[in-house]
Design a protein around this ligand. Structure first.
Ligand code: EPU
Length: 424
């Protein structure tokens, strides 16, 4: 299905200039959910104004919080007695709504959260979230599509995750705050967004250590997670947005600098850009890309949880590789249905063959404009990058998906010189 909003890009202009990174969507969403742990006025700064964040505001409001945005800062006034319910109308719009499960169990000992349903990236199960919370003493049942959780006494446990899932790690951390005793998560996700979450929790008064490594320890505060103080915190920069603008610069043979970001969060991605033939310079809080005169070269990519190559930058990088000299093999290890975007790139003249978790990208000289569809946020970003490089005007349907994750996309690309407009 496609939506009524479109993006039109007249490609072929080399992007030049500077653009600031927004706050990380995938951090802000969890920081907002974590706010439920501390009654009173929590303040988050650098919160991106994107559709997913607005859905999380509605989820928190339905739980009883007051959410007020002033510029990029958001005040979340959390009630003493939250209503532990998230309705299907909200969870079906954004899967990450499930991240309120952990804090609601910690605060209320029960929760009713509608199951999010299907997703364009593959099966995206919740089994690891639920198995870990069950080990801590929660009991789950389903009722007309809602997940009903009861956990009057969560117990701190050693939890070994099968896979370092971001969502499962976050839900366990947040629930563990309301457990008795220490919870130790082994094979925890190590993403910078997890570290950001743990820093926020520490500011509230949670004793937590190990974030950024494979073992995270949380000292529980017992039922109700009582005694936490509301906190003030600034969201980290969005490494995936940063990577997207860097690819946009490289694919158009441009010269783009992204500010307000942390180069250390993108180490492997930046190495890969250099391998592909992009000149990369970094400072403390900025990254600059330019294409080297020798042109783009093929390079293989294997996506892995952090610090591996991020799955959320794979589609954009494939757009870049589709103009490189030679053939690249791209292996996707995180999601089982992430390659739908290659059919859109192929409509634009790319030569990509997909077999299961692998794609072979054979570089072509030029891409051509075409009407294409954004299948998910990052698939949308890939066709945007391709459209910026292609000859002619590319029309991208499902702009609403890009709006879920990219703040001021048209203004930011416009500031770099792109000819880009939104149409309804
Ligand atoms: N998985 C399971 N069972 C579970 C949990 C996860 O099988 O209980 C599987 C998933 O199906 C998936 C893999 O494990 O195949 C990784 O899932 P993970 O839980 O790590 O991902 P997530 O928390 O659902 C977050 C981001 C995604 C990002 C992934 C991987 C948010 C809101 N979403 O999802 O971001 O791709 O981590 O880094 O933080 C995006 O921003 O466009 C996006 C999709």
């Amino acid at each position: 299905m496609t939506s009524e909003t479109h993006l039109e890009i007249r490609g072929g202009t080399a992007l030049e200039g500077e653009v600031p990174a927004s706050g990380a969507k995938n951090s802000a969403l969890k920081l907002l959910a974590a706010s439920l742990l501390a009654p009173g006025g929590n303040i988050l700064a650098n919160v991106p104004d994107v559709a997913d964040v607005n859905v999380m505001f509605e989820v928190l409001e339905s739980i009883g919080a007051d959410v007020t945005r002033t510029g990029d800062s958001v005040m979340i006034d959390v009630p003493t007695v939250p209503e532990p319910v998230a309705a299907y109308e909200l969870t079906s719009r954004m899967r990450a709504s499930i991240q309120v499960l952990g804090p609601l169990l910690a605060r209320c000992g029960r929760a009713r959260v509608a199951m999010p349903g299907g997703c364009n990236l593959g099966s995206r199960k919740l089994d690891m979230h639920l198995a870990a919370l069950e080990e801590m003493g929660a009991e789950f049942s389903t009722d007309h599509g809602d997940l009903v959780a009861v956990a009057p006494r969560l117990r701190g446990r050693r939890i070994v995750l099968e896979f370092p899932s971001m969502g499962a790690t976050e839900n366990v951390i947040l629930a563990a705050v309301g457990a008795s005793g220490v919870t130790e998560i082994e094979n925890a996700a190590r993403e910078p967004e997890i570290q950001d979450l743990c820093e926020y929790l520490a500011k509230m008064g949670v004793e937590i250590e190990g974030a950024g490594g494979p073992t995270i320890r949380i000292q529980g505060r017992g039922p109700g997670a009582t005694g936490l103080a509301p906190a003030t915190h600034t969201t980290i920069g969005d490494r995936i947005e940063v990577g997207t603008y860097l690819v946009a610069g490289a694919v158009t043979d441009g010269d783009v600098t992204v500010r307000a970001c942390e180069p250390g969060h993108l180490e492997l991605f930046l190495n890969k850009l250099e391998q592909i033939g992009v000149e990369v310079d970094t400072g403390d809080t900025w990254i600059r890309v330019r294409r080297t005169p020798s042109g783009l070269r093929a390079a293989d990519i294997v996506t892995l949880p952090y610090p591996g190559f991020p799955t959320d930058l794979m589609p954009q990088t494939v757009a870049l590789l589709s103009l490189a000299d030679g053939s690249s093999v791209v292996t996707e290890n995180v999601f089982d249905a992430r390659f739908q975007f290659v059919f859109e790139l192929n409509r634009m003249g790319a030569l990509i063959r997909t077999e299961g978790r692998h794609s072979v990208v054979t570089g072509v000289e030029k891409l051509q404009s075409a009407p294409v569809v954004a299948h998910d946020i990052r698939a949308g970003a890939a066709v945007v990058c391709a459209g910026l490089a292609a000859h002619g005007t590319t029309r991208i349907a499902n702009l609403n998906l890009l709006d879920r994750g990219y703040e001021n996309l048209t203004a930011k690309l416009g500031a770099l010189g792109a000819e880009i407009t939104r149409t309804t």
